[in-house]
Design a protein around this ligand. Structure first.
Ligand code: HEC
Length: 216
């Protein structure tokens, strides 16, 4: 019986000894791999942030410049047609230039196509919470589609008094003629009643991970 116990302990030591060394080695390997992966992952997220800033900036500049031009030549009423016809093609141009998906989302959309989807809504709500509590919001990156796509979002604020001529108070900021045109083109319009500085919506930019990796 005593011998049997001794044998059992010996087997245990033999069985556990080398195994422990192997698993330590395996553990180290995993740690090393993780470290390599972690660095790459951080670099990818950082690059997605830089690229996202640059693409949304480009789209914003294009939209604002062309909108200002349209207002200067046709007034706000004429510029509504410009937005209806041209906002989407400007975004589509940027999309095909970089092989990404770019859209704007708002909880009070003018164009119903800009209603936030399930991925976008919680982010918009977080930006809205910050705006209401005077906390500034930075852009953010979320991994979606099993990490194959990086969703970059950035708040869009009504920083410009110009925006109010089509998104402000219908009694004060928006001309009657402009209101009539908006009603005609956007019967379900929810995008009025804003004040300067309010959160109007956000950019939602989907960056395929492989496109981000190409840039590293
Ligand atoms: C001349 C009128 C006009 C002005 C000025 C204007 N917008 Fe708009 N805005 C529109 C129209 C029209 C749409 C809907 C475009 C479409 O059909 O895709 C829109 C849509 C948007 C959207 C997309 C979400 C939604 O509601 O569908 C955002 C965000 C937005 N505008 C922000 C701004 C900001 C910021 C400014 C000031 C820099 C601004 N707009 C100035 C007319 C205007």
């Amino acid at each position: 019986m005593k011998n049997l116990l001794l044998l059992f302990i010996t087997i245990l030591i033999i069985a556990c000894g080398p195994q422990e060394r192997v698993s330590k080695q395996a553990f180290d390997d995993v740690q090393r791999n993780n470290e390599v992966k972690r660095i790459t992952e951080v670099a990818i997220l950082q690059e997605a942030m830089v690229w996202g800033d640059s693409i949304t900036q480009e789209a914003q500049v294009q939209l604002t410049a062309q909108l200002q031009q349209a207002i200067a030549s046709n007034g706000p009423v004429g510029a509504i047609d410009f937005c209806k016809v041209n906002a989407l093609p400007i975004l589509q141009f940027v999309e095909s230039k970089y092989a990404v998906t770019l859209r704007r989302a708002s909880v009070q959309p003018r164009n119903p196509a800009d209603t936030p989807n399930a991925e976008e809504l919680p982010l918009l709500e977080a930006y809205a919470y910050n705006a209401e509590n005077n906390i500034s919001s930075d852009p953010s990156i979320q991994k979606i589609e099993q990490g194959e796509v990086l969703l970059y979002t950035k708040p869009i604020l009504l920083t410009n008094a110009l925006c109010l001529s089509c998104h402000g108070d219908p009694k004060k900021d928006i001309a009657a003629e402009t209101s009539a045109k908006l009603k005609e083109l956007y019967p379900q319009d929810l995008a009025t009643g804003y004040a300067e500085g309010d959160l109007r919506g956000m950019w939602a930019l989907r960056l395929p991970k492989k496109e981000v990796v190409k840039r590293l």
